[in-house]
Write a protein that binds this ligand. Structure first.
Ligand code: WT7
Length: 585
């Protein structure tokens, strides 16, 4: 047990008065449900087509548009600059139907991959859901990605179409000649489509607002997202339509969505949080969602909560820390009294963040939730009805068996640190790693799904995050693979070798730190480091560049030539270096 977590485990408990929630929580009686709940109990939360078929988009949009919620506002899109656009479920239905017709006309076939590479906008939601309706696999891509990141994803998945805008399309063109299977570039806001492009505006105008949402086998795929591991390029994590069952259940049980709620998820649709809880799950519950454009801005965020009457808010620890750092005077200027419940995800939520919220949001704490791109929905969490132990991730969802296991799959005694593992079989679990069965199998060992995280369980059954078991870096809650950054670095002419680690950081959780060996003839300077940073940003992604660069003579390597990041990290942090028997002599 680490000193820090042992102190927290014995630390304070945040008990809640259920009056604070204003509404009866959807999940009551956790202790009973954890014993009795079966996944088949959740099947009735969604609508099925005859013969056991399903479509996630039908549940997210159509069933509301064709029922009592037709005129209810589904999306409040606030561009962050004073312009607000509202779409009812009926309008969202018609728009997504149009988009599905556009894809069908282009000849996009069942389970073809369609990428959505857009800034936050109504078109982002429309094209994402429309793709799923049309039986293709939708893959959203974070707008900060550069040409190399775009190429890797579209190439690996053999994407046939990308929906983008006039600005982002330039990055697509930088690599388009390396993408022979990319047939259609659909551009959203261009006045005139260039040769070979499809004009979103023109095609949408010409398309019918009627479409028969395709009946899918529950095991067919609805979306895929690329995410980083320790080694190699990002992997395509593929999710089935069946996942909507758990995405709906967790939106009800964890995020506590009720008919009258106005809900806001701050994550971009380029990440799994944005897809599952900034689009699919909440709409499947028929709830009004806010989408906010623009960059992080505390004034704008609090104003959005006030102006749209937001009652449920899902955000990330780095954002919480940034808000905390701006002080308590700003939130006090706004009426935040509609808030009922607050949640966070993506990295450890400091106990200070939980407690700060109690002060600033009228005794409402943040509820930490734990999950991953691969798990498809929340698996471990703090439920509204339960007391919170600040710093803990909470308890497993009923239906989910989570444990701390060793390398052989043996369950470790309470209090011991080890691999966080989940018993496979929950509905929203990834179905494959695109074209990479070996990678998928690496997660599945000894009858468990190994999450790549280490954790421990306390005597009350609360889970405590310890760290990553691998070299994956979580920076501002975003997942970055060291190999991708190293690959981008060594493409720079001044760099011969590179090793990349995550370095703990007060605000961002971790920052990316690079150790580089220079090519003969180059010498260290601040200008060179800045140029290298710019180079990585423009090739890979605006967020995945090394904030710190150290020039070194050599990098520690194994005899087979693999860079020992573990050793770089230990040296950087002054930790014991551990077993170095495989170190190059
Ligand atoms: C990794 C997954 C799915 C949500 C966004 C992240 C870390 C996630 C927590 C938490 C501590 C957390 C883990 C996990 N993580 N939630 N509540 N406390 N760490 O999805 O990009 O697939 O990253 O994020 O390390 O494995 P992701």
């Amino acid at each position: 047990m680490t000193d820090q977590s042992s102190e927290l485990i014995h630390g304070g408990l945040v008990t809640k008065s259920l009056d604070q929630l204003r509404l009866e929580p959807n999940l009551r009686g956790y202790d009973e449900l954890i014993k009795t709940f079966k996944w088949s109990d959740a099947d009735s939360l969604v609508e099925w087509f005859p013969g056991g078929k399903i479509n996630s988009a039908h549940n997210v949009v159509d069933r509301h548009a064709l029922g009592e919620r037709a005129d209810k506002v589904a999306l409040i899109y606030d561009d962050g600059e004073g312009s607000v656009q509202k779409l009812t479920f009926r309008q969202l239905y018609e728009e997504t139907n149009r988009f599905a017709n556009v894809l069908s006309k282009l000849g996009v076939k069942r389970q073809d991959r369609v990428f959505v590479f857009l800034q936050r906008s109504p078109e982002l939601y429309v094209s994402f859901i429309g793709t799923i309706k049309a039986c293709a696999i939708a893959s959203p891509m974070f707008p900060a990605f550069g040409p190399d990141a775009i190429r890797d994803r579209l190439l690996d998945s053999s994407a046939v179409a990308v929906v983008t805008d006039a600005e982002l399309v330039k990055r697509v063109y930088q690599v388009k000649n390396q993408l022979p299977e990319l047939k259609h570039v659909i551009v959203v806001d261009e006045a005139d489509a260039a040769a070979g492009e499809v004009s979103y505006r023109d095609e949408m105008k010409a398309a019918s607002a009627e479409f028969q949402t395709v009946h899918m086998d529950p095991e067919e795929f609805q979306f895929m997202l690329y995410t980083s591991g320790t080694t190699g390029k990002p992997k395509g994590v593929v999710h089935a339509h069946k996942g909507i069952v758990q995405q709906t259940l967790t939106s009800r049980w964890v995020l506590d969505m009720h008919e009258e709620d106005v809900y806001w998820c701050t994550a971009d649709l380029g990440w799994v949080t944005g897809v599952v809880y900034g689009c699919l799950g909440p709409w499947s519950c028929g709830v009004t969602q806010v989408g906010l454009g623009g960059r992080f801005n505390p004034e704008m965020w609090y104003r959005a909560i006030q102006d749209h009457g937001i009652s449920i808010w899902y955000t990330a620890p780095t954002a919480v820390r940034m808000l905390m750092a701006k002080g308590d005077d700003i939130p006090r200027k706004y009426d935040l009294s509609r808030l009922r419940v607050l949640y966070s995800v993506g990295e450890p939520l400091n106990p200070e963040g939980v407690k700060w919220a109690l002060d600033v949001f009228d005794s409402k704490p943040f509820h930490d939730t734990w999950w991953q791109t691969e798990t498809g929905s929340i698996l471990i969490t703090n439920f509204p009805e339960m007391p919170i132990k600040p710093g803990s991730m909470g308890k497993p969802l009923p239906g989910v068996e989570a444990a701390i296991v060793d390398e052989d799959g043996k369950i470790l005694p309470q209090g011991e640190e080890g691999n966080l593992a989940i018993r496979p079989g929950w509905p929203s679990m990834m179905r494959q790693i695109w074209k990479n069965e070996a990678k998928y199998n690496e997660y599945m060992r000894n009858g468990w799904y190994y999450t790549g995280d280490t954790a421990q369980i306390d005597s009350d059954g609360y889970f405590w995050y310890v760290g990553r078991a691998d070299d994956v870096i979580k920076t501002s809650g975003e997942r970055v693979g060291p190999f991708e950054v190293e690959s981008a670095l060594i493409e720079h002419e001044a760099i011969a070798e590179a090793g990349v680690i995550g370095k703990p950081d007060q605000l961002r959780g971790n920052i990316i730190k690079a150790f580089v060996v220079l090519t003969p003839g180059f010498s260290e300077s601040d200008e060179l480091k800045k140029e290298i940073q710019k180079f990585v940003k423009s090739k890979l992604a605006g967020h995945a560049y090394p904030r710190e660069i150290d020039v070194v003579e050599t990098l520690p390597k194994t005899r087979s030539g693999k860079i020992m990041r573990r050793l770089l990290r230990a040296q950087e942090l002054g930790l014991p270096v551990g077993d170095t028997s495989t170190l190059e002599g």
